[in-house]
Design a protein around this ligand. Sequence first.
Ligand code: ZN
Length: 311
Amino acid sequence: MRRLFPFIFAILAGATLLGGCESTTAGGATGLSRSQFLLVSSAAVNEGAAKAYTREMVKAHSAKALNTDVAQTSRVNSITQRLIAQVGVFRPDAVDWDWEINVIEDKSINAYCMPGGKMVIYTGIIEQLKLTDDELAAIIGHEMAHALREHSREQISRQVATNHLITIGSIFLGLGSVSQNVAGIASELVLALPFSRSMEFEADTMGVELMARAGFDPNAAVSVWKKMNALNEGRSTATTFLSTHPSDAARVTNLQNQLPAVMPLYEEAGQKGFPEQAAAAPLQTAVPEVQTDRRAARPQGARARVRAAGR
Ligand SMILES: [Zn+2]
C-alpha cells in the first residue's frame, strides 16, 4: 500500500501542474460545475478522436450509409447549427471547434459526439423514436455536452493513470512522444469507454440548457427518454444507446429539476427567432470521395462551421 503513495502523489501533482483539477466549462444558467481529473491534453485526445471519426466515416461511406437521405441530413444539420451557436455560453473556445455531424443509415438506436465536436446520429434513433425537432435537439444537445465537458478526456486520463499507460515522469518532462501516445490511446478508446452516471447527468443538464437557448422546447428532453423507455420494453437486450444511457426516474427527475432555470431561456430564444442561421452555414461532405457529384454533395454532407452567438 505504501508503495502506491508516491505514484498517486505524482499523478495528483501532475494533474495540478497540467491545470488538471478544474471545470472545463462555465456553469451557465443551471450552475453546473465539478472539478475534473484531466491528466492528458485536449489536443492529444482530439487528435486521436479525429482519427477514430475518420475511420467511422470511411466505413460508413464504404457501406453506402453516409448521409444517404438528403432531407434528413439537412434537417439534422440545421438543428445542430442552432445548438452549436450557443456553445460560447459554456466555453468560448468551443465556438471555433471544427464541429461536424453526419447521419449514418443504420437501424441502431445510437448517437455520439466525440471530443472536439465530431458527431454521428444514426437513422435508427430518428426513425424508431419518431423524433420531433425538439427531441432531436435534446439528443444532439446531450451529446454535444459530453464533448464540451470533455468527458472522454477525463475517462482517458483515468485509464492512463490507473493502467500506467504512460509514465508520469514523461508527462512531467513534456516529451513529444507522450502526446502521440495519448492520441493513439484516444483513437482506440474514444468509442469504447462508457461515461459515468454523473457524467450522464451533466450532459443532460447542459444539453437541456443548450437546446433551450437554441429555441427548442426543453420539455422534449423529458419526453424523449420516456419514448426511449417505451421502445426498450419487450426487448431482450437494451438498445445500444440505452445500454450506455440508462433511462430511469433519477434521470427524468434531474431533467425536470432543470426546467425552471432553462424555460425562461427558451421563451427568450423564441422571441428572437432563428431564421437565417441554418441557411447561412456552408456544408461539406465528411469523406472527400463522396463529392463526385457536386450538386448532390452539397446537401449530403453535414460539416457545420458556425460562429456562436456568444453569451
Ligand atoms: Zn450521454
